[in-house]
Ligand binder design. Structure first.
Ligand SMILES: C[S@@+](CC[C@H](N)C(=O)[O-])C[C@H]1O[C@@H](n2cnc3c(N)ncnc32)[C@H](O)[C@@H]1O
Length: 397
């Protein structure tokens, strides 16, 4: 359990800090983004969700498009069960609703309490010949037993993904899908990994180089999803947000753009089995505009590796280690490349024998000269890779 706050002022600061963090968490995934991403997995393997228990654990079932998508497509996907839990700490619960039920009451129900909703079938409840979200609404209205109140405990509020009630549901799940709170993303991913769950979640591209995340990417336990990498995503945000991108004409909802949001998963998909087409070093030096005027790829001063400023310039015929930007991960085929290290992780680099650079290199030199060493500027982040077939050949010798 967290240590009690030491003083009143510290406690107030912590409160304001976490309120700010929670506020940043309040952005809501659009249905179309979930649909696009999920359908990409179905293209690769139509049985991805067949017979599976799907759990959306940061998702108010009455508000989340994750719940709405999986409920509406329950039969098409062949789900065994869909579970969705809301969180007592949510500051917008009951404000943006998919179902009228929240707003239709007697007006006294301002902030709904955390619930777990479970669906184990979806059938034509209203007898209109179609099975769709209208049937889910009716089912929930008719079957109060499908929802259970979540009380939490001394440590966690009801519906907190770390609470014992939610962990019990997690254990039951095969695949977890959600857009979790970014402010506690490390904890969130650690929990999924600890419980050995399959997942498809939205996160921040900045998290790629986190100490808790990168090793998972390196070991092929987590990778990028299929859509939206490096282009940003649009989310619905609460009405009181002042900074937003536009107002959706159809819904009247405020929409914000998050340039660093993308999907992370450990579900297999087709894109990660498409090898990147690379030219030779000589061809790149001749044709690449980034390498114009250069006679050779530049080498780092502190590591035996070449700098490759964009995945487009990765040479097909270089045996050694290459430093590439994190955008490479979108093109990463684990059968083609091996990930060696995260240049942003000092411990990892030191373990490879890469000495830390002196202060003269921090912040005042060109990016190529800084090479692997600067942790001060995100722009200098590099991932170190090499061709897998070549490294395998080397080991065999
Ligand atoms: C970024 S929003 C996304 C909501 C929804 N998953 C979606 O994609 O539209 C993150 C949600 O997680 C909820 N949340 C915050 N902390 C949580 C926690 N500790 N456990 C469970 N949910 C939490 C927030 O209330 C918020 O609704």
């Amino acid at each position: 359990m967290a240590a009690p706050p030491k003083s009143k002022s510290k406690s107030l600061n912590q409160g304001l800090g976490s309120a700010k963090a929670a506020k940043k968490d309040e952005f809501y995934t659009q249905y179309v983004d979930i649909q696009k991403e999920v359908e990409a997995y179905l293209e690769f393997n139509p049985k991805t969700f067949r017979g599976k228990v799907v759990y959306c654990n940061c998702d108010d079932p009455f508000e989340s498009n994750f719940f709405k998508y999986f409920a509406a497509n329950f039969n098409k996907l062949g789900l065994k069960k869909l579970i969705s839990t809301s969180y007592d700490g949510s500051s917008i619960a009951g404000k943006g609703t998919l179902f009228e039920e929240y707003t239709a009451g007697n007006g006294k129900r301002a902030r709904p309490k955390a619930v777990a909703v479970t669906l184990d079938h979806v059938k034509d409840e209203n007898g209109d010949g179609a099975v769709d979200i209208e049937d889910v609404k009716l089912f929930l209205k008719r079957n109060k037993a499908a929802r259970v109140a979540l009380k939490g405990n001394d440590q966690y509020a009801g519906g907190d993904f770390r609470s014992p009630e939610c962990i019990a549901l997690l254990k039951e799940a095969d695949i977890v899908l959600t857009n979790p709170p970014f402010s506690i993303y490390r904890d969130y991913v650690s929990q999924l990994v600890e419980h050995g769950k399959k997942f498809l979640i939205i996160g921040n591209t900045n998290s790629i180089t986190y100490k808790e995340i990168f090793p998972l990417i390196k070991d092929n336990k987590l990778w990028l999803g299929c859509t939206n990498f490096n282009v940003g995503m649009f989310f619905e945000v609460p009405d009181d947000w002042e900074k937003y991108h536009h107002i959706d004409k159809a819904t009247g909802k405020k929409i914000a753009r998050v340039s660093t949001a993308c999907w992370f998963t450990n579900l297999d998909h087709g894109r990660r089995h498409q090898p990147l087409k690379c030219m030779t070093m000589a061809e790149n030096l001749k044709f690449s505009k980034n390498l114009k005027g250069k006679k050779a790829y530049e080498k780092y001063e502190n590591y035996d590796a070449i700098e490759v400023g964009t995945y487009k310039d990765i040479p097909s015929d270089y045996d050694g280690v290459m430093g590439v930007p994190i955008t490479f991960l979108d093109k990463y085929d684990p059968e083609q490349f091996e990930i060696i290290a995260n240049g942003d992780d000092r411990d990892e680099m030191e373990a490879l024998g890469v000495p830390p650079l002196g202060p003269e290199y921090v912040g005042n030199v060109g990016r190529r000269k800084v090479g692997v060493a600067s942790t001060k500027k995100a722009a200098f982040k590099r991932i170190f890779i090499r061709h897998r077939s070549r490294s395998t050949k080397r080991t065999k010798k």
